[in-house]
Design a binder for this molecule. Structure first.
Ligand SMILES: Cc1cc2nc3c(=O)[nH]c(=O)nc-3n(C[C@H](O)[C@H](O)[C@H](O)COP(=O)(O)OP(=O)(O)OC[C@H]3O[C@@H](n4cnc5c(N)ncnc54)[C@H](O)[C@@H]3O)c2cc1C
Length: 268
């Protein structure tokens, strides 16, 4: 609606997001995003569709690096014209599978989803792929429709061996993962779960100034149009102490300025 009366847009590609699991189940017709707290933890790696790691896997609770990992995940390959990291693959071994659910089962958002404390239902449902060897896992990933047969078994084997060697000899991870969050993937069977860029909020929206007046594409105020909140975030891709704080702070500024204008118009 704002665009129809000339509003400009800003930061439309920005989001404060994370790499999450998205399963085929639907709730109220919507695809369900699940938080993945094991990303960036021992006995796991994240690889692209070709079987290569691409960044330090960052835990979804670590601010702001979770957003930096997300930014890596959405990178577009302009030469091949594809998203090589969409989906990405959370790969883990039996040690982690038995340790905990790879998605967060807490909270009210996920009621009714049968995942399993040890991931057993997710494996039965085919949401998590399982294979006895790394080569077989590469084949399973390759057969997954969203991998588009891009997975390279040799590359995945090489990634495993480099990562495990790094953990065992205590070498610095070339991608910068912290040693306390690294442990080798040695116990078969092996598992893979597709990860997608997702998460709670976008940053792009209506172009606005500090008084929260909506601006047109020439950056001139549009009379009587004010904006605040997620539709016109002042931030780029981090939470910065909370979106709700932003909504309240800028909501107040927008409200005051709109009220002042309404008063001055009514006095005229
Ligand atoms: C799962 C999740 C977890 C989050 N966790 C946190 C957190 O811990 N801390 C934090 O600070 N933020 C969090 N956020 C983000 C925060 O909740 C949002 O940024 C914030 O609620 C946005 O508020 P808003 O008023 O700008 O927009 P909204 O709350 O989206 O309000 C927009 C309103 O406009 C209405 N609307 C849309 N179109 C029309 C129309 N054509 N006519 C009339 N009305 C319309 C909508 O129905 C809606 O009520 C989270 C978000 C999600 C989704």
């Amino acid at each position: 609606m704002a665009m129809e009366i000339g509003a400009g847009l800003s930061k439309v590609s920005k989001a404060a997001s994370r790499m999450i699991a998205a399963i085929p189940a639907r709730e109220h017709g919507l695809k369900i995003g699940l938080r993945t707290p094991v990303v960036g933890r021992p006995n796991t790696i994240v690889v692209d569709n070709f079987g290569e790691r691409y960044a330090a896997e960052r835990t979804i609770t670590k601010d702001p690096s979770r957003y930096l990992f997300y930014k890596e995940g959405v990178r577009f390959d302009v030469e091949e014209l594809l998203y090589p990291r969409m989906p990405s693959w959370l790969v883990f071994d039996e040690t982690l599978r038995k340790r905990r659910s790879v998605v967060s089962l807490r909270g009210t958002d996920y009621q009714g989803i049968e995942w399993g404390e040890e991931n057993e239902h997710a494996i039965e449902n085919g949401w998590i792929l399982r294979a006895p060897t790394i080569e077989d896992l590469a084949r399973e990933i390759s057969d997954h429709p969203e991998n588009r047969e891009l997975m390279d078994a040799d590359a995945l084997l090489e990634t495993f061996s480099k990562y495990n060697r790094c953990c065992e000899v205590g070498k610095t991870d070339p991608f910068g993962s912290e040693p306390e969050n690294m442990a080798p993937l040695r116990s078969p069977p092996y598992y893979a779960l597709p990860l997608y860029p997702g998460g709670p909020n976008t940053k792009g929206g209506i172009l606005a100034n500090g008084d929260r007046e909506a601006l047109n594409t020439e950056r001139e105020p549009i009379p009587n149009l004010y904006t605040a909140g997620e539709i016109s975030s002042a931030f780029k891709f981090v939470y910065q102490g909370g979106n709700l704080v932003e909504c309240i702070a800028f909501g107040r500024i927008a409200g005051e300025n709109a009220a002042k204008r309404a008063l001055s118009v009514s006095r005229r």
